[in-house]
Design a protein around this ligand. Structure first.
Ligand SMILES: Cc1ncc(COP(=O)(O)O)c(C=O)c1O
Length: 467
């Protein structure tokens, strides 16, 4: 055995104790940690012949990288849609690494990790109020979840004309209808060979909405004259968190022939709130749903689930099966994740989600979700009454999409945001909404409080006064 490995194996307890101590310190001080890296890293790509050992490598990490780690899991990191990590989720994540199981099979392949994954999917369905006729699995993020769902949708389209697209390849354009799809759904269509330019734009509802206009959807469906198609709908658009009318879409599905996919990456968690779950009414009739766990479930990256109706199981296996690999078993005989999603070998991604669901239960998630909604409303109320800012859309859930008033040039918004983020006390990101430059603050972290919102409001006022 390599001498350094031998030494590290003998002192692994001391090593992990140090990691724990500094990790806990980071978490305990995360409110004070900067949300913005003030400098970058000088890349040094030359690898020594003899390694430094784990202890010295840890020191190099602490010296070069640790001080630059931003509070991405902190209470005022509101850029993109960035969730935190609950204490239980962190524990589950550590254990995932310690036990290092390969979550790809259920039976006959040695370990039970896939059963934990199946149980976690059932817990999530219960949390979200979805029926258990969905089968699901964990992938790295909502992008891969959209990809997985749309891959099965592609296989379904083939089936309608007697084709097995996974084997035969695409033989013609597949119509996809959508109004405000997330960029990752468009990227998935590109990756799947469906092509992003085949999206047929459906109009949005009038009056500052991003949701599908049902009358136009019906018109576009009629124009397809019975040709099967894919509908990509939104359970929370990224700019203004608008939801499509799922009850109306479910009614259309009874009359027409299409695969219905919902991207509910973070909006799906509205199901945890008594006051907002109506936004998702009817979503249980979709063929497939994307839910991102590293967003509002507050588990560490990389974690999302795809949910596909069990009745499509054969199509799913047809899409993702490992053919010509007898050593991996018969894909149709035993359910196994490696024949059900893009990756073969995978870490036990479900464990952090299992931990946090068990630890905090339905009430815990109701509290997290309703707290974030209340904080977004608090920030939104300030913006609506401010002389410096204006809301670009009503605050529908957890995200505030706003702009500076009286901007002379396009650079004003960028300059304001740069100054605000440079304080290191808050992080928001830029966007463009209906052609207008704006700023988004998305609150999806269990740590955020009303005091955080107050602090951010005072920083916004200070920066605005300097303009
Ligand atoms: C609605 C929606 N879908 C998909 C994604 C992509 O998620 P991920 O970055 O986890 O792949 C996001 C990310 O913000 C999103 O908001």
């Amino acid at each position: 055995m390599n001498e350094l490995l031998k030494q590290d194996a003998a002192t692994v307890g001391t090593l992990l104790e140090k990691v724990k101590q500094t990790g806990v310190q980071y978490l305990e001080q995360i409110n004070e940690r900067s949300t913005n890296a003030q400098q970058s890293v000088v890349i040094n790509g030359s690898l020594q012949a003899t390694g430094a050992g784990a202890e010295a490598t840890l020191q190099e990490f602490y010296q070069r990288f640790e001080p630059l780690m931003v509070a991405a899991g902190g209470p005022r990191y509101w850029g993109f849609v960035t969730g935190g990590a609950t204490p239980a989720a962190i524990a589950g994540d550590w254990l995932t690494t310690i036990y290092d199981q390969n979550s790809f099979a259920v039976k006959g392949q040695g370990d039970i990790s896939a059963n934990i994954e199946l149980e976690t999917i059932r817990l999530l369905l219960d949390l979200l109020g979805l029926p258990d006729d969905f089968l699901g699995g964990f992938v790295t993020g909502a992008t891969m979840s959209n990809f997985t769902c749309l891959a099965v949708a592609r296989q379904w389209i083939g089936q309608q004309t007697g084709k097995d697209i996974a084997r035969e390849g695409l033989q013609g354009p597949i119509p996809v209808l959508a109004a405000t799809p997330h960029s990752s759904a468009i990227k998935s269509l590109s990756l799947l060979g469906i092509g992003s330019s085949h999206i047929i734009d459906v109009q949005t509802e009038s009056g500052n909405r991003e949701s599908i206009q049902i009358a136009d959807l019906e018109k576009q469906i009629e124009a397809l004259q019975g040709q099967p198609f894919i509908l990509v709908s939104s359970g929370g658009t990224v700019n203004t968190v608008d939801f499509d009318d799922f009850v109306a879409i479910a009614a259309l599905k009874k009359k027409h022939h299409f695969w219905w996919h919902i991207d509910a990456a973070f909006g799906g968690f509205a199901a945890c709130s008594n006051t907002h779950k109506h936004l998702l009414q009817g979503w249980e009739d979709a063929d497939s749903i994307t839910v991102d766990c590293h967003k509002w479930l507050n588990v560490p990256y990389e974690s999302a689930v795809f949910l596909v109706k069990d009745r499509h199981r054969l199509l799913q296996v047809g899409t993702f099966q490992n053919s010509n690999a007898p050593y991996l078993g018969d894909p149709l005989e035993n359910f196994s994740f490696m024949n059900f999603l893009p990756e073969n070998s995978r870490r036990l991604k479900a464990l952090p989600a299992w931990f946090t669901l068990k630890a905090y239960g339905k009430n815990g998630y109701k509290d997290i979700v309703e707290n974030c909604i209340a904080l977004a409303q608090q920030l939104g109320a300030y913006i609506a009454s401010s002389s410096h800012f204006e809301l670009l859309a009503p605050v529908r859930l957890n995200t505030v999409c706003f702009a500076l008033k009286d901007v002379a040039t396009d650079n004003d918004t960028a300059a304001f945001l740069h100054e605000l983020n440079s304080t290191g006390k808050v992080f928001m990101t830029a966007t463009v909404y209906k052609g207008q430059k704006g700023i988004r603050a998305a609150i999806v972290n269990w740590r955020s409080t009303a005091a955080d919102v107050e602090l951010v409001i005072s920083l916004m006022k200070q920066q605005a006064a300097k303009r």
